[in-house]
Ligand binder design. Sequence first.
Ligand code: PHE
Length: 378
Amino acid sequence: PVVSVLELGGVKVNREDVVRDDPTNNVPDTIFSKLGMQLHRRDQHPLGILKNAIYEYFDANYSNKFNKLDDLCPIVSVKENFDDVLVPEDHVSRSYNDTYYIDPQTVLRCHTSAHQAELLRRGYTHFLVTGDVYRRDSIDSTHYPVFHQMEGFRVFVPEEWEPSGMDATSFAAADLKKCLEGLACHLFGAVEMRWVDTYFPFTNPSFELEIYFQEKWLEVLGCGVTEQEILKRNGQPNNVAWAFGLGLERLAMVLFDIPDIRLFWSSDERFTSQFSKGQLGVKFKPFSKFPPCYKDMSFWINESFTENNLCEVVRSVAGDLVEEVRLIDNFTNKKGMTSHCYRIAYRSMERSLTDDEINELQWKVRELVQSKLNVVMR
Ligand code: PHE
């Protein structure tokens, strides 16, 4: 009973074109049902509230110069998602295990960086792109196959960096860090933060910003000075730019004290009624601590087994009732056969689950795991 035609950023999309039973497609119905939800465009939703607070910072500090786009279609080409941002041909993120493919040339974007090149070609020099992004992954309280990112991008012309006497790259890197430190202060107040050097194919140098929160260093965004090749290919050969991509759920979990990423998708009034437009950082009061229920499952794996595939099977049966899938035992016997034991945690955010209900889910999971993943139960 899912809606079967969607309009996404002005593009009409039929379910049958996105979810197909053929080997070049790995998009399940559970993912199709998330397309078009647009949580980041709801002003009373924590993700929308956070997006608006970031807009506020940019509007105030850059006199409304940043163009804001939050309705670009999440269905993009492999070229846009990977080639245009210089992701190497053999990079793991291109694999069917990590990315949702609609067909060999079309994916659900795995980052908002997929829109950089086109916006540059269309002449944008300052922009913020917010949207839902899709990644195949394992299951725990901070990972969900759909989440939201905001991409920031700023182009400088030579007249902007020349007076500083700095080289263009150092100038852009310094400006980027200043901009993002200011944003972190705007969102969190005075916080301890640190820069960590990292690698992205589309920026050089590249950094991650971490903030110290609840006794831990938390990675909140990736950024860097845009590779010159991207500017060159898209009509800006003499300019320099910076870019960042931040995960909205990560930041919102910290700002609003939201303990589990599934809650963002809840339509339970006890969740939704706790947030209101413009109210950043109102602490969420948990309305339930329903007990989790654990079920273990052991099987002999084969060469094609992956944890992401297992998690997708579990989610196809249990939906948001699954909280975590964790490998608790892993051994190889003398014959070279490898056994995995997974512990599945079932828990509803909204109600108590009955034993019968969970047993039924677990049976269906076992059956599907055997038939879809060709593993042998022990
Ligand atoms: N696209 C990167 C990610 O999803 C984040 C990023 C954006 C990094 C822009 C650098 C510049 O992890």
